[in-house]
Design a protein around this ligand. Structure first.
Ligand code: SF4
Length: 297
């Protein structure tokens, strides 16, 4: 497996676990910012996660949707790959994270203590790019990460509930980017009509520690807050992250800067959703244009 896209991604800092699969990790912007003594990401604000000890990764870059707002390239999609063994991923995480962060060791802003902490990650966010449930051994991978003491976050587009129901991450995210089927098909451009599968995934959230993520694309899916609210209410998810679309990466080929909402717009839309369900505003992070709602017990 080596597509043109993978070569481009390597230049952007992606570290691939081997040459045959598209499994990769890449420290996020907040990881590096925290390493330099700066502030942590909104997951710290909302859930207490330490950004510099977080590994952002994916077991596959394959995906069964082509969301308008996705930052990945769809021109050179990964179709074929040899799936990597989950144990190989888990064992290689510390070395690859170290490789990705090696340039920071000599930075005057990075203390030795913080650098040592960053090389000893304790959190894995399976959310880099691609749809992780397209990797057939995802449940096993998460169990292995859990067994090694990592806190695991899994972010899914919700189109494969039969995989999700076998996954046991510490916190499960399902994306909900449309209030109805028609908008879903237009915004997420799935390979088939997966709307009912998405509904099934939402129905799995109630008994788990879970989050629904809504990416607000101004002028595209910021309509019918009561439609979102109905599905959120029925799901019983613990939290809802209403997050503004960011005009970044390859999404700029599909959307315009005007589709990127100001924080005030995101906040107002989150408030409109909360009005129609038993959720309240918990916190917000204007720099990330994200608002967190929590279920009223
Ligand atoms: S589901 Fe995720 S990875 Fe797939 S196209 Fe949508 S945003 Fe991108």
């Amino acid at each position: 497996m080596r597509s043109e896209a993978c070569k481009a991604l390597k230049k952007q800092g992606y570290q691939f676990f081997n040459d045959r699969s598209s499994a990769a990790l890449k420290p996020c912007m907040w990881n590096k910012r925290t390493l330099r003594g700066g502030e942590m990401c909104y997951k710290h604000t909302f859930y207490g996660i330490e950004s510099h000890r977080c590994v952002q990764m994916t077991p596959t870059l394959r995906c069964n949707q082509r969301c308008l707002f996705c930052w990945r390239s769809m021109e050179h999609e990964v179709r074929e790959e040899e799936e990597i063994d989950p144990a190989e991923i888990v064992s290689r995480v510390p070395a690859l994270q170290k490789k990705a962060l090696s340039g920071f060791k000599v930075s005057q802003y990075v203390t030795q203590e913080r650098f040592a902490e960053a090389l000893d990650p304790n959190m894995v966010a399976i959310s880099l790019s691609g749809e992780p449930t397209c990797y057939s051994r995802l449940p096993e991978l998460i169990d292995l990460f859990n067994g090694e003491g990592y806190t695991t976050f899994l972010v899914s587009n919700g189109t494969r509930p039969w995989v999700l129901e076998r996954c046991r991450p510490y916190q499960l995210y399902v994306s909900l980017d449309a209030p109805d089927r028609e908008t879903y098909l237009r915004i997420c451009r799935p390979k088939g009509d997966y709307w009912e599968f998405l509904q099934e995934s939402l129905s799995l959230l109630g008994p788990r520690r879970s989050v629904i993520r809504v990416t607000v694309v101004q002028g595209e899916n910021d309509v019918c807050p009561e439609g979102y609210a109905r599905m959120i209410q029925e799901s019983g998810a613990d939290f809802v992250e209403v997050k503004g679309y960011m005009y970044l990466g390859y999404s700029r080929k599909r959307l315009s800067r005007e589709n990127m909402p100001e924080h005030e717009h995101v906040w107002a839309f989150a408030e409109a959703i909360a009005k129609h369900c038993d959720y309240r505003l918990l916190d917000e992070r204007p720099i990330s244009r994200v608002v967190c709602l929590e279920r009223i017990q």
